[in-house]
Design a protein around this ligand. Structure first.
Ligand SMILES: [Zn+2]
Length: 339
């Protein structure tokens, strides 16, 4: 195999280049902070705050369903080399415990610290998305899917013990908190540049305020009685809460796309869609559409499957930045419900 013998000198060269790069970086002390964010959404916000002073990468690539993610040995290596790991928190990254066990003790920051967390079971509530459960980082524990202990002996539909909904970025007000937390985290690691991070956060928060006003104006064009959301999984609680929509139902019963649906539950869902005259089921681009398609077909409603919920699109797509992500989703929802 001729290519094999050619590959060997090349890999040795790559290793040498890496060794030189690492040694040079340590000596110069001018290396930008190496920041790894779990998702593209966090990475985009971190890049806005860090500017040229940080190199941010996302552990998960664009167009990926975080709920279905399984890390690779390469991912472990990337995280173990990071100066800082940024995570959403609220039980979103169910893989995190095992990842950090393999990668070692990496300084980690929960960017959602201080966000008022909503419960999962919005569809059980009379109001849109219920009262906030608590504030992340102040005594609230959001158990991950694998943490079964918290459910023992607990009534499953008891809201006081409900699992947290981690999709906090669906409200720009929460991403303003992310920006503040990220600026503080960068300043703690790199205090000389604290003022730059602070100023970048202030500028980005102003952009998010403008985005929020734009989305509000767009939603205002939709009569209140048409603001009915049925989504594939529980992902739009925070959007509904911020922009005054009702979550009528979700196809899958939980915050994860890995949830299952019984035939009986599917029948009940179809009956609910018919009874409430719901016009559209929304699903995320990364969804397995089988169940949503079946429900839409049975209930005679439209399926709109191009929402971005867990990740940005790639650079050429309609949701390449957080701001475009929110614009795309809100336009898609308002257009589909306005028809
Ligand atoms: Zn999700």
């Amino acid at each position: 195999m001729e290519w094999h013998s050619l590959m060997k000198p090349a890999s040795i060269l790559i290793v040498l280049v890496l060794v030189v790069a690492v040694a040079g970086g340590v000596a110069a002390q001018e290396t930008p902070l190496n920041v790894v964010a779990t998702t593209t959404l966090v990475a985009d916000v971190a890049a806005q705050i860090g500017g040229d002073l940080v190199v941010v990468s996302s552990l998960l690539p664009p167009d990926t369903d975080t709920h279905a993610y399984q890390f690779t040995p390469q991912d472990v290596a990337r995280v173990s080399q990071a100066d800082l790991l940024l995570v959403v928190g609220a039980g979103y990254e169910t893989f995190l415990g095992r990842l950090l066990e393999s990668a070692g003790e990496i300084p980690s920051v929960v960017v959602s610290e201080g966000v008022a967390i909503l419960p999962v079971h919005a569809e059980d509530d009379e109001t849109t998305a219920g009262e906030p459960l608590g504030v992340l980082g102040q005594g609230l524990v959001c158990e991950g899917e694998e943490d079964e202990a918290a459910h023992d002996g607990v009534e499953h539909h008891d809201h006081a013990h409900g699992v947290c909904d981690p999709h906090v970025w669906m409200d720009p007000a929460n991403v303003m908190i992310w920006a503040e937390n990220i600026a503080a985290a960068f300043a703690a690691v790199d205090p000389i540049n604290a003022d730059v991070y602070r100023a970048n956060a202030v500028a980005y928060i102003a952009e998010l305020e403008a985005l929020d006003a734009e989305l509000r104006a767009l939603v205002e064009t939709l009569p209140r009685e048409r603001r009915m959301l049925v989504t594939n999984h529980v992902a739009l609680n925070y959007f509904a809460h911020a922009y005054d929509f009702d979550i009528v139902a979700t196809v899958l019963p939980g915050v994860s796309t890995g949830a299952e649906l019984s035939p009986q539950a599917l029948i009940e869902l179809v009956e609910l869609l018919r009874a409430q005259s719901v016009p559209v089921i929304f699903a995320e681009v990364t969804a397995n559409l089988q169940l949503a398609q079946l429900a839409a077909q049975e209930a005679g409603v439209t399926l709109v499957a191009d929402l971005y919920t867990e990740a940005l699109s790639d650079a050429g797509g309609p949701a390449a930045t957080y701001i475009d992500f929110m614009r795309h989703n809100t336009r898609t929802i308002v257009e589909a419900l306005g028809e």
